[in-house]
Ligand binder design. Structure first.
Ligand code: G3I
Length: 309
């Protein structure tokens, strides 16, 4: 099975630390991809489970795995509304205290992996589906400025890491994409250090409307674009792997068509470990590899589309 290679683009996969002990899983990650994203290990509930107490073990394991194999790491994620520990989600902090907590967290986490994590999803999913800023402990406690603050703290902690805003549903036109465009344009205007936008790209097998023009709109702001969490789910009662391969091909070819689209990361290595069946009952089989770790038709479709670039 030839690896996925894209000239001038990184090709990656999200991994789960506990699966890296499986030799077949680890070998396949190394064989097919250039970069890994820890799927949960850098989220607050794992890495900062009690106030001021960090558990770097699971994230360290992923970072060491990558380093030992000459792979890079996308850090995910420094600020999110979900997967926060209860001390943070249910805490009663003043605005000033919460800014201090955010600063310390980013300093500790980004600082620890300085030079070893090439890029960070600094802020994840800050916009809701209607295009408003999403309710979260951060918005409530700090106000909209938490976004700019997080980017500034991250730049201070590792000036060379590339910093991303990451969201879902933004790979097609709509209120949400418009709102994210406005948000990142406003950040750029006031010189907030942001290098790119991550478009998660969790989709079904239908063509994504105006996909390439949407990538170009983000690139036109002078930002890099990455497809950061790609998967293509199928209904359980009609697992059409050919249709899935076509969908994956269109996504990879879309990235290749846009020079500022600098990377593509698949969410979950194989169909055993994908988040889709739990989140979308009746759907699944969303990844490039089957439960037997054999490549599905989508793998070859992606490989060809990337090679063509
Ligand atoms: O660690 C426990 C384990 O001990 C327990 O046995 C198991 C039983 O359910 O749960 C495990 O934790 C789960 C964790 O994934 C690891 O598998 C959590 O319950 C589950 O909520 C968590 O789901 C993750 C989800 O984010 C949380 O919101 C998914 O793996 C992960 O793929 C998903 O990723 C997000 C991105 O971060 C942001 N974009 C959307 C994407 C999909 O939701």
């Amino acid at each position: 099975m030839p690896r996925l290679v894209a000239e001038k683009r990184l090709v990656g996969v999200s991994v789960q630390q506990r699966l890296l002990d499986d030799d077949g899983y680890a070998a396949l990650v190394q064989r097919a991809f250039d970069t890994v994203t820890p799927e949960n290990e850098m989220k607050w509930d794992t890495i900062h489970p009690r106030r001021g107490r960090y558990d770097f073990g699971p994230a360290d394991r992923v970072v060491a795995f990558a380093r030992d194999r000459g792979m890079t790491v996308r850090g995910h994620t420094l600020v999110w509304h979900a997967q926060n520990p209860s001390w943070l989600a249910e805490g009663d902090f003043s605005r000033r205290e919460l800014i201090g907590i955010l600063r310390e967290h980013i300093r500790a986490v980004v600082g620890r992996y300085r030079g070893r994590v090439a890029e960070w999803d600094v802020v994840n999913e800050a916009v809701d589906d209607d295009g408003r800023l999403r309710d979260s402990v951060w918005l409530r406690g700090i106000g909209p400025e938490y976004i700019a603050l997080a980017f500034r703290f991250a730049r201070q902690a590792d000036p060379r890491a590339r910093l991303f805003y990451n969201d879902y549903g933004t790979e097609r036109p709509g209120r949400k994409a418009d709102a994210v465009l406005r948000l990142v344009a406003a950040l750029i205007r006031v010189k907030v250090p942001i290098d790119g936008v991550g478009l998660q790209t969790h989709v079904d097998a239908r063509p994504i409307p105006r996909f390439v023009p949407t990538l170009r709109r983000f690139a036109a702001l002078g930002l890099d674009v990455e497809l950061t969490e790609v998967d293509v789910r199928l209904p359980d009662d009609r697992r059409d792997e050919r249709a899935q391969a076509r969908a994956y091909r269109r996504i990879a070819a879309g990235c290749v068509a846009v020079p500022r689209c600098r990377g593509i990361v698949f969410w979950g290595l194989d169909d055993r470990d994908s988040w889709i069946p739990a989140a979308f009952p009746g759907q699944g089989a969303a990844t490039l590899f089957g439960e037997d770790l054999e490549p599905k038709p989508a793998y070859e479709a992606v490989r060809r589309a990337l090679r063509a670039g």
